[in-house]
Design a protein around this ligand. Structure first.
Ligand SMILES: Cc1cc2nc3c(=O)[nH]c(=O)nc-3n(C[C@H](O)[C@H](O)[C@H](O)COP(=O)(O)O)c2cc1C
Length: 378
């Protein structure tokens, strides 16, 4: 086995002492398996139980901290104590083979299309007409901003009660936290907008609130992760650059998170324009061992995963975890040739994918990253 392949399945001790059994993570994915009001369903349980050997760190799809931040009809909710019972069953099924179970917590902000349908309005840092939205979001008041920060704290407390090993703050993919950090989306003139420092206030207030709750209610090795998109550049519209992002990550790290998770959709070795170092390498240099760095994207084999270790401490798989539920186990058992890298008609029945995820992938013009082999299911 080559050196990096061996390293992939060696345990990793995080800053807080938590030991992850391998350096492979399953990335958060909303799979539309939950009930319409956000309760854990049997499909969610089956999906995660089937994947309890996929990785050492298993992160759930985004769970809403408040129903006014809902972006998908059938996604998890952690917005009320009534969800704890189901979430506890989910955590148990993830931990079946000693992997760490992490709940991703989020608020969709302006992208909360389902909140728009159900509640009639959508909230965001600023009331801007975006070309890609059919509505104009309402600007949050300072009081509401504080409430949402508290929602992240309450969600963390529920995750602790439910038996999760950690939470991941979803600061990526253009959702509310990123909207506050982005100069393109945040035109506020109070302490929550304007200068780079002010635009950091919302993400950092959430990290601090989460840490306050963790200190009070969780065991010392409860994991806190932070996911972020390393830059936001759309042609002329610059939300923030990689340099600004690294400044945010510096502040996040000072607040003692256990890992930072770089969210990219292109490739694990992608780099900012003009840089010879990849996003992962730049983040790693900034973090300098004070937290683990998770890297992701387009990893569909053991060799891809081994190569990705040059860009992060932990390698995450998203779509590959849908395709190959025993990814980490097969590497550990030296069965890398048995790792599937595309869905097939034959494997499909063993994958326990929620029905709506399959329908979503088979629907015309879906906006999902392509799933290798999905056409074989038509
Ligand atoms: C069906 C689907 C749902 C996703 N949902 C989330 C989510 O809830 N939270 C998140 O941070 N990223 C989400 N993502 C992004 C993935 O976590 C991952 O970053 C992306 O798919 C790239 O990794 P990959 O090339 O290994 O698939 C989703 C991706 C897919 C395919």
């Amino acid at each position: 086995m080559c050196k990096n392949l061996q390293t992939l399945v060696e345990p990793l001790t995080l800053r807080n002492g938590a030991v992850i059994p391998s350096r492979i993570a399953m990335s958060p994915m909303v799979v539309e398996g939950s009930s319409k009001d956000g309760f854990v369903s049997q499909q969610d349980i089956d999906y995660f139980q089937t994947r309890s050997n996929v990785a050492g760190l298993i992160i759930t799809g985004a769970a809403v901290v408040n129903e006014n931040g809902r972006g998908f009809n059938y996604q998890l909710s952690v917005s009320d104590d009534k969800y704890i019972h189901g979430l506890a069953k989910l955590a148990e099924s993830i931990k079946k083979n000693n992997s760490k179970a992490v709940l991703q917590i989020y608020h969709c902000g302006r992208e909360a299309v389902i909140a728009y349908e159900r509640l009639g309005e959508v909230i965001a840092p600023s009331a801007i007409k975006f070309p890609f939205l059919s509505y104009v979001p309402r600007e949050l008041t300072s009081k509401e901003i504080k409430e949402i920060i508290n929602d992240f704290g309450r969600a963390t407390q529920r995750a602790i009660t439910a038996g999760f090993d950690g939470i991941e703050i979803h600061g990526a993919n253009h959702y509310l936290i990123q909207q506050f950090f982005s100069a393109y989306s945040n035109h506020r003139t109070d302490k929550w907008g304007g200068s780079l420092n002010n635009r950091m206030n919302f993400p950092l207030a959430i990290v601090e609130e989460v840490q306050k709750v963790v200190k009070k209610f969780a065991k010392a090795d409860f994991i806190v992760g932070y996911r972020f998109s390393p830059q936001e550049i759309h042609g002329e519209n610059v939300g923030y650059t990689i340099d600004e992002s690294l400044q945010l990550i510096e502040e996040v790290i000072k607040r003692k998170v256990d890992y930072v998770h770089v969210s990219i959709f292109t490739n694990y070795n992608s780099h900012p324009q003009g840089s010879t170092e990849s996003f992962g390498q730049l983040v790693r240099k900034q973090v300098n061992g004070r937290a683990a760095v998770i890297i992701i994207s387009n990893i569909f084999s053991a060799i891809d995963a081994a190569n990705a270790l040059d860009h992060g401490d932990i390698v995450a798989i998203g779509r590959e975890a849908l395709i190959e539920p025993e990814f980490a186990l097969k590497i550990k058992e030296n069965r890398i040739d048995e790792i599937a890298s595309a869905i097939s008609k034959e494997s499909f029945s063993r994958l326990a994918l929620p029905d709506r995820l399959t329908e979503w992938y088979l629907s015309e013009n879906n906006s999902l990253p392509p799933l290798p082999g999905v056409d074989s299911l038509r």
